[in-house]
Design a protein around this ligand. Structure first.
Ligand code: SF4
Length: 354
């Protein structure tokens, strides 16, 4: 894996982005921002699942006003997502948001951008230049390949901000197409020092969206590029956060929460392993301690195949063997598979705390 690209560190609310800080997980609320209670509840839930920065849509003045109440009731940094109307960015800043996301495809008038920068600068609020392949400004060279057009759009606005002596900048260049996205980020990574937020836009429903996002985000992280990530899914945002942490775990960049290892099953399996693995996954979902848990389909091969797991269960007909690092410690009846395994998880975490 490549060494991580050195990016300029940025403070967003209480967290540091870039400059060698851990890659952070972002998501976006899907509630009506004007509904403060629903939005706050969703942010709290996302935080429980490991979301570290959250973006909220600001489609109108009422939503911008609601940000002040939302901000008071949540701990993680809030980024206001603003399109078309720069005055909403000004209202979001007055409401106390920790960051702004502007799309150069629809807010690019120099005097409007200048007004936003003028208000963001004294507050120390960073701006993400969020380029989207589907909404590029008209000023970019339409003959150039799409990745280059995205970079051109970002650079135009970066230069605008730099000319205003503003460098609290983060950049994203999202497209639906994975190779285009990867290429765009590779180009911009060589051109500017700012932290990069990664994502594949409109990636789709969880089954395909997670694959597309993992490819795009995973390739870039492997190349050492990226400071924050968001997996965009047509699903509840908690799915985005879980998937993002799995990407980071898969690349050994972060180890938040448990890792579930489960065998694919084969003709040796004599239990409903899929249901058991899903139940275990649900129970593990909110734990934030790193532990590797294995759910294996047979006693003969299970413990050996998952010897790198901290704890696990190898299921046979009617009875299962609970094991730690490949060594069987006790057996349980089929009705106790789930509780037996979760008891081992609990014990492991308690002993790790001591
Ligand atoms: Fe098959 Fe057992 Fe391996 Fe699962 S652990 S794939 S059931 S051999």
């Amino acid at each position: 894996m490549n060494q991580r690209r050195a990016s300029k560190p940025l403070r967003i609310g209480g967290v540091t982005v870039g400059g060698g800080a851990p890659v952070l997980v972002q998501s976006m609320t899907k509630t009506d921002t004007r509904n403060v209670t629903a939005t706050v509840n969703q942010i709290h839930e996302l935080e429980e699942y490991g979301c570290e920065i959250v973006r909220v849509a600001v489609p109108d003045e009422e939503a911008a006003q609601a940000l002040a109440s939302i901000k008071r009731r949540v701990r993680i940094p809030i980024i206001a997502d603003v399109h078309f109307d720069y005055r909403l960015a000004l209202a979001a800043l007055r409401a106390g948001v920790d960051g702004l996301r502007l799309n150069p495809g629809n807010i690019s008038e120099p005097e409007q951008v200048a007004a936003v920068v003028e208000a963001a600068k004294p507050r120390g609020v960073p701006i993400r230049i969020g380029v989207n392949a589907g909404s590029l400004p008209r000023s970019v060279n339409t003959q150039a390949p799409i990745a280059e057009r995205m970079v051109e759009a970002a650079l135009e606005q970066i230069h605008l901000l730099e000319d205003l002596d503003f460098d609290l900048i983060k950049v994203s260049l999202k497209a639906f197409d994975v190779p285009t996205t990867v290429e765009a980020y590779q180009i911009i990574a060589r051109k500017v020092p700012y932290p990069l937020h990664l994502g594949i836009t409109e990636a789709g429903l969880p089954k395909t969206g997670v694959v597309r996002s993992t490819l795009g985000i995973g390739i870039l992280l492997y190349l050492g590029i990226g400071d924050t990530i968001r997996v965009s899914l047509t699903a509840h945002p908690r799915e985005e956060v879980v998937a993002a942490h799995e990407i980071l775990k898969g690349l050994n960049l972060r180890q938040r929460g448990p890792t579930l290892i489960s065998c694919p099953t084969c003709g040796r399996c004599e239990v409903d392993l899929v249901s058991l693995a899903m139940a275990v996954e649900e129970r593990l979902a909110k734990l934030d301690k790193p532990i590797k848990v294995a759910v294996m389909g047979c006693v003969v091969n299970g413990p050996g195949e998952a010897r790198y797991a901290d704890v696990g269960i190898a299921c046979g007909r009617g009875r299962g063997a609970l094991f730690r690092r490949g060594e069987v410690v006790r057996t349980v009846e089929e009705k106790d598979f789930l509780e037996g395994l979760m008891g081992e998880v609990e014990q492991f975490l308690c002993s790790a705390r001591r």
